[in-house]
Design a protein around this ligand. Structure first.
Ligand SMILES: Cc1cc2nc3c(=O)[nH]c(=O)nc-3n(C[C@H](O)[C@H](O)[C@H](O)COP(=O)(O)OP(=O)(O)OC[C@H]3O[C@@H](n4cnc5c(N)ncnc54)[C@H](O)[C@@H]3O)c2cc1C
Length: 483
């Protein structure tokens, strides 16, 4: 079953998992109204894998598996494979307008990256490396959907994990036996956790200090594991209101806190444990960033392109698209889209094969530029929506069905724009509001600003690791010497 259908994905979620919403346990996540539309959107992604139009891009015959697997699981060895991977990310991203940041491809390519660098895990322990590779094969073979949880509760940021008011608020190993490790504690912001198949856990940022060894673990378990509780944030979905909330009614990815209550993690699911030295190296030395940022930047390109199109349409329906100041604004939006678009292509062009595993890695620095600029560009484009919409964004009717009511004429006359009916303009402005005014919109801005980690840490890392630093310094030195 290496390429699942949407129905198979949905059936897999009826597994007795413990998910809590507003103080109550959800009996069946697939029938819980706030999740239904997002699960349907995800199921659609799985179905696309079987659509003859997309099948050869979204899936690939893999000799190593002896069957077809979803494209993100493939370890790329040629530029063509990298381009096909990007194309597969684009197809899925377009199906959700880029609004599902943690669609299955994100962690699936992450698993391929980790397994590709089995040598890193083998340095820690050959048995753990084998467990990692077997797990990758398991996830690919069953076409699973993973969530991930990296962060500890925010607590007192001035203290290490073991120095907090209680040492086991942050997730840590509290015991072990012949079957595995016993973990206890909390991780947070696992996006899509209520309807993912399994959870991959590792700690971030990689700044572990002596004393924090029990917290330094990398492992994966199914979401229905005994003792694992998923606690949801408020839903931002608007079930059924597709015309009034075009995005939040379909694509609200739930974010969740995950609580581990004496959870047994079997040894074959433990990939690294209680070792701060290896944990601090993992983020960089497993080379997970190159292949995952390739996916995240491809998704962001789609999302920014979608916002650009909404901005342009708003300018047109307002009759101001050719005014010089609005042309400048639109040009800036185009530049943002194109910069992010260029990062993936440039990274592929400059990709290099790793002699350790033969995998072709897209260029990290080109991709990191996208990660650095996404948190700037996305709020900038959202600001453009607000600027163009002005007060018009909040003078919308409660529901577009009011255009079928006795007040239809008044609505039509008050909302029409340049060569556009009141109904069509209201539909467009409601879409814009879903991007810039609703809770869903606010969450997306927060997501784009944070998903790749705290920006100051990200930027410092980019400067620290910059591989072309010496090249530019050498040029400067040559120039200075020649003066
Ligand atoms: C919508 C959304 C979805 C997400 N999805 C996922 C997911 O699926 N899986 C996952 O693992 N993570 C996810 N994340 C988490 C994301 O990676 C983090 O939000 C990001 O790394 C920032 O960490 P933080 O939220 O703990 O903020 P913090 O690190 O607490 O940062 C908040 C502020 O505090 C400052 N600060 C922090 N520590 C210190 C200090 N010691 N001294 C001084 N200032 C400090 C920061 O500079 C920043 O200004 C998601 C986040 C969002 C918003």
């Amino acid at each position: 079953m290496a390429v699942r259908t949407g129905q198979q994905f949905i059936e897999g979620l009826r597994d007795g998992r413990e998910v809590w919403y507003n103080g109550e346990r959800i009996a069946d996540v697939t029938r819980f109204a706030p999740f239904e539309a997002s699960i349907k959107a995800l199921a659609n992604l799985y179905d696309l894998q079987h659509d003859p139009k997309y099948r050869d891009i979204l899936t690939v015959d893999c000799p190593e598996f002896g069957e077809r697997i979803a494209r993100p699981f493939e370890m790329p060895r040629t530029r063509e494979q990298l381009a096909l991977k990007r194309e597969s990310y684009r197809i899925w991203a377009e199906a959700t307008c880029g609004m599902m940041g943690r669609s299955p491809d994100f962690l699936n390519v992450m698993m391929a990256s980790l397994a590709a660098k089995r040598s890193f895990f083998a340095e820690f322990s050959p048995a753990r490396a084998e467990a990692m590779v077997n797990y990758y094969r398991h996830v690919a073979k069953h076409d699973l959907f993973l969530t991930h949880a990296l962060l500890d509760p925010q607590l007192d940021k001035g203290k290490a994990r073991h120095q907090q008011s209680e040492p086991d608020i942050c997730l840590r190993v509290i015991d072990r036996n012949q079957d595995g490790l016993i973990l206890h504690g909390i991780k947070r912001i696992a996006t899509a956790a209520p309807y993912a198949d399994e959870i991959l856990v590792w700690p971030f940022p990689p700044t572990f200090q002596p004393g924090e060894e029990p917290y330094a673990n990398v492992f994966a378990i199914p979401m229905n594991t005994k003792g694992l509780k998923t606690l949801c944030r408020p839903s931002f979905a608007h079930p059924g209101a597709r015309h009034d909330y075009p995005l939040s009614s379909q694509f609200d990815e739930m974010d969740a806190t995950v609580v581990f209550d004496h959870v047994l993690v079997p040894w074959d699911r433990v990939f690294l444990h209680e070792d701060i030295r290896f944990l601090n190296r993992m983020y960089k030395d497993s080379r997970m960033r190159e292949l995952t940022a390739h996916q995240t930047n491809a998704r962001l390109e789609t999302k920014l392109g979608f916002l650009y199109a909404v901005i342009l349409r708003m300018a047109e329906v307002s009759g101001i698209a050719s005014r010089p100041d609005i042309m400048e604004l639109l040009g800036e939006a185009v530049a943002c889209v194109e910069v992010i678009r260029s990062t993936t292509r440039s990274a592929e062009e400059q990709a290099t094969a790793d002699p350790d595993n033969g995998v072709l890695y897209p260029d990290l620095f080109a991709l990191q530029a996208g990660r650095a600029l996404g948190p700037v560009f996305y709020p900038k484009l959202v600001g453009m929506l607000r600027r163009l919409g002005g007060g018009g964004l909040i003078q919308m009717p409660v529901s577009l069905s009011e255009f079928d009511s006795p007040i239809a004429r008044e609505l039509e006359r008050s909302l029409r724009g340049a060569d556009v009916s009141g109904l069509d303009k209201a539909q467009l402005f409601k879409l814009a509001w879903d991007l810039c005014g609703t809770e869903f919109g606010a969450r997306h801005e927060l997501y784009e600003m944070n998903y790749a980690g705290d920006r100051s840490v990200l930027m410092a890392g980019i400067q620290r690791e910059y591989g072309r630093k010496q090249y530019y310094l050498d040029h400067l030195d040559r120039f200075m010497r020649a003066l």
